[in-house]
Design a protein around this ligand. Structure first.
Ligand code: FES
Length: 115
């Protein structure tokens, strides 16, 4: 269920309550990772069965953006060597990567994906 964001809240307050707007929810498409930048980190927003999941955009095998990869359902495939990650959990599903992706808590508030 969506929550209301107080128009009087400051940027600092919004960060503390996890309501920093990243992108409008209706911009997201299943199978198409959407890259955003937050606090200096690249984050991929992935829509899976109507739920938004957020993972770090950099492959844990080598330094490449996973936004160039392929998202099939919950599986995100790295474009360089083919490692696969579960965007719901960040877990490695297929090598050569051995380290899971960092995940981020996001929610949809008033039609916006927020962190
Ligand atoms: S850089 Fe991603 S699998 Fe090698």
């Amino acid at each position: 269920m969506d929550k209301q964001i107080s128009m009087a809240s400051t940027t600092k307050d919004r960060r503390q309550t996890g309501s920093h707007r990243l992108v409008a929810f209706n911009e997201l498409k299943s199978g198409v990772p959407y890259r955003v930048q937050y606090n200096g980190a690249g984050i991929l927003l992935c829509l899976v069965e109507g739920v938004v999941h957020a993972v770090h955009d950099t492959c844990t095998h080598e330094d490449i953006s996973l936004s160039l990869g392929v998202l099939c359902e919950h599986r995100l495939r790295c474009p360089l060597h083919g490692s696969q990650f579960d965007v719901r959990t960040g877990k490695v599903l297929d090598e050569p990567a051995e380290v899971d992706l960092r995940t981020f808590d996001v929610s949809v508030i008033d039609g916006w994906v927020c962190i």
